[in-house]
Design a protein around this ligand. Structure first.
Ligand code: TXA
Ligand code: MG
Length: 330
């Protein structure tokens, strides 16, 4: 998955649309985001409307670099600087106490702000040009209808939200397929001990190695986060996660139902069933993650009555994948 060379004219156009309060889908290394000027209440409210997302769900502010942190957050603990030094630009979002500059329309009324500095070269260039002296930022939830599968290509965004007048966006900045395909890791640094709000490419083990202490999952009183809802990232077709041992039996039980399957090459070879679509699951976690949403989109579009996915490995580098699969199946 290679990123196309930067198209400066398209980026300049996107900056202009954003500075005028428009909505632009932007490529990031994780998934496509639905960007708006974080300082512009009207534009940010329009992203909630476009996604159909409840207004009390906070948004991530995307910034050009660590120099923007103090413009948006206060009481920044040393752990935050250490994490940022190690993982920015990249797929890590940090949650901090917010400054007054950050409007309630961004945070759903909470007193914290989530900050992320994406590494995708197009969006890096866009943010650098957009930020200005006041370190302006872009709110950007994943560019999908609320609760649906996140977009890892510009086409996913075009098919789901679309461009005006038929669709909801002012522009889609097509920077190619996303490198990682899974949303950023989220760490809460606003309440003393750092906790993990969302699993991602930066794994718990990596965070613990950098910080030198354990980073537990966020507990019940963690800030609200829609990615933490039990059912999320969901295809429209009912999806079941099935263990390797049970898979062949489950396929038999569902005889008569058109099936869309994703399983390892080995398991697929042993099946005799006819399906409407069969996808061979990548054996490597990086590729499995990068292709996960694209594969979920394909399985969902296959007009099957049921999607069956073989439960993959539960090793640490599969944590984000298992998290998303669990929510897609809920
Ligand atoms: O990789 C990503 O993070 C992508 C790309 C576009 O950057 N963005 C993304 O945004 O996944 P979204 O809105 O789909 O998911 C962000 C999650 C939501 O569950 C939101 O509720 C949570 O982060 N969140 C945002 N601000 C927060 C805050 N201050 N405290 C706790 N959770 C927050
Ligand atoms: Mg999302």
């Amino acid at each position: 998955m290679t990123t196309p060379p930067i198209n400066q004219a398209e980026i300049d156009k996107a900056v202009d649309v954003l500075l005028h309060g428009g909505l632009v889908a932007i490529p990031t290394e994780t998934v496509y985001g639905l960007a708006a000027d974080a300082d512009c209440e009207e534009a940010v409210r329009a992203t909630y409307a476009a996604k159909g997302r409840p207004a009390d769900h906070p948004l991530i502010v995307h910034v050009a670099g660590p120099e923007a942190i103090d413009a948006w957050a206060k009481d920044v603990p040393p752990e935050a600087w250490l994490l940022v030094k190690t993982y920015w630009p990249g797929p890590l979002t940090i949650v901090l106490k917010k400054k007054d500059r950050c409007g309630g329309w961004v945070t759903g009324g909470q007193d914290t702000v989530a900050l992320r500095c994406p590494s995708h070269p197009w969006t890096q260039a866009l943010l650098k040009s957009f930020a200005g002296e006041t370190h302006k930022g872009l709110t950007a939830p994943s560019a999908n209808t609320f609760g649906r599968i996140s977009p890892s290509t510009a086409k996913h965004v075009a098919d789901d939200l679309g461009v005006k007048p038929e669709g909801k966006l002012d522009m889609i900045l097509d920077g190619g397929a996303c490198e990682f395909g899974l949303e950023s890791t989220m760490v809460n640094l606003s309440q003393g001990q750092p906790t993990l709000l969302r699993h991602g490419i930066v794994t718990r083990e990596m965070l613990e190695e950098t910080l030198g202490f354990a980073v537990p999952d966020a507990g019940k009183n963690a800030p609200r986060a829609s990615g933490r809802l039990k059912s999320h990232y969901a295809p429209k077709t009912k999806l079941e996660l099935v263990s390797t041992d049970r898979f062949a039996d489950r396929v038999k039980e569902l005889e008569g139902t058109p099936l869309a399957l994703m399983a390892s090459a080995e398991l697929l070879k042993s099946l005799t069933v006819k399906s409407v679509l069969t996808i061979t699951a990548p054996a490597d976690a990086r590729r499995y993650g990068a292709e996960l949403y694209e594969n979920l989109h394909k399985l969902d579009d296959a007009d099957a009555g049921r999607i069956l996915i073989e439960q993959p490995s539960t090793a640490p580098d599969w944590a984000a994948i298992n998290d998303r699969l669990g929510r897609a199946a809920a």
